[in-house]
Each structure stands twice: as C-alpha cells, then as structure tokens.
Design a protein around this ligand. Sequence first.
Ligand SMILES: [Zn+2]
Length: 275
Amino acid sequence: MGPVAWLREKRREKLAALHPIDDEAWDWAVRHHRVLDGLSPGELAKLRSMVAAFLAEKKFVETRGAVADADARLSIAVQACLPLLELGLRWYDDWETVILVPKEFNYTRRDVDSAGIVTEWDDELAGQVLELGPVVLSLRDVDASGWGDGFNVVIHEFAHKLDERDGELDGCPPLHRGVSASAWRKAFRAAWTDFSERAKKPAPWGKRKRGKGALPLDSYAAESPDEFFAVACEYFFERPFRLRDAYPEVYAVMKDFFRQDPAERLSRAGLTGRA
Ligand SMILES: [Zn+2]
C-alpha cells in the first residue's frame, strides 16, 4: 500500500470510529442477512467498521419517491462491503453516489448493428451502474437480496463497479497479484461458453426455471461476459456450493480474487444445506 492509500485507510478508520453502527442496528443486520452466515466474530467486526466508513463516505440520493430508512441504507452498505472484506474499501474510491428508486425501472437499450440499423427495446432493471458514476438500486430488489437464494442486486451492481475499474466492462476486474490472469481468462471463457450454449437450449417443460434440472445460475448471466461475472458474484456469496459445483475453476479464481471462501465458511459453520 502506497502512502496515499495508507492515509486514506487511516482517514477511513477515523470516520468509522466517529460514526459507529450501534449494537441494535448491527445485530439486526447480522440476523437479517443470511449472506453473512459463517463469518467469524473477527470478520464481522472488520465488516462493521467498513460499513460505518461506507455509510459516512457515500451519498445516498432518493429519487422517484423512494424512501430509504436507516435499515435499508445499512442493508445496502453491508452487502456492498462484504465482497471487499479482504480487499479494502479503496476499491470503491472512484465513485461516491448511490441513487435509490422504489422498484424496478424501465430502461431503453439501444443497439446499432454493423449495417447501421438501430434497434431500441425496453428492459426492466433492478439496478444499474452509470459508467464511472453512481450506482442505481431499486429498493424493492435490495429488500429481496441477501437471503441466500442466489439473487443479490447489491452484490451484482457493485461487481460491475469492480469490473469497470480498469476502464472496461468486460467481466474481468483489475486482478491483483494473488490471481493468475491466464487462469481467470481460461475459467471464465470456458464457463461463459458453456452457460450461453445451455441457456439457448429449451429447458424441459418449455420454459426456464430456477432449481433442479434448470440452469445452474440465473439465465441473465447469458446476456454477456460482464453480466456472467456479476451473476457469478451473486452466487459466489449467496449460493457458493452451487457455483463451485457448476464451475469449479471460476469459483477457484474468484476465491483468489476476493480472498474469501464462502463455501468453506458455510461448511465450517455446519451450513452445508445451502445448495
Ligand atoms: Zn448487470
């Protein structure tokens, strides 16, 4: 860590000490978010301090009638900080605003093909990242996140933030020295190819369903390599056994990147039933 990063870290520790999370709120956050299951007391204490600094540093902007109470903000902060537990909050240094909307929102996507034909279509989004800018989150989807079922809009959108840190939203965040770049590329390319092929095939009963016999991850992962990475992050923290079973090489490089092993910590806590 260089001197500037070190000073920032010190400033953060001070911020966290100045704006601590009170015990009652923290107990609620730990009980309410199954995605935190298996964290040791030491890891939870570290997360609590990061969450306090996150809440003091980032701006929350409520739009379209959204009202985010203290619990909602805490819930966002807890899930935003979990992936950075062993990486540090400096990974979020390049942006500062979280825009909140009440529910899923329509977004017009635009594509221009090689012949210059413009196609526009409406997509319903639970969250979005604005390039090098704010993160947009639907509060209804924040509420549906963190339950250990594989859906997590907070982890999903913040994964895009990590991905775009090197200037490119391509499913590969800037890798630190603990991760083999070639192993990363190989694992994600193979998994993405496999998944997008499987997603094209009609599932039994004519439609895709989560669960037994269906795709191992949410079908949204088939959209593009960057969406595959964001969805893989949701599963890495929410349903790690499922990701590890489906794509063990992807799980292994993500474990090196996040310096966390959620499957191992759930096993240690006797929570192997989270398949
Ligand atoms: Zn996405």
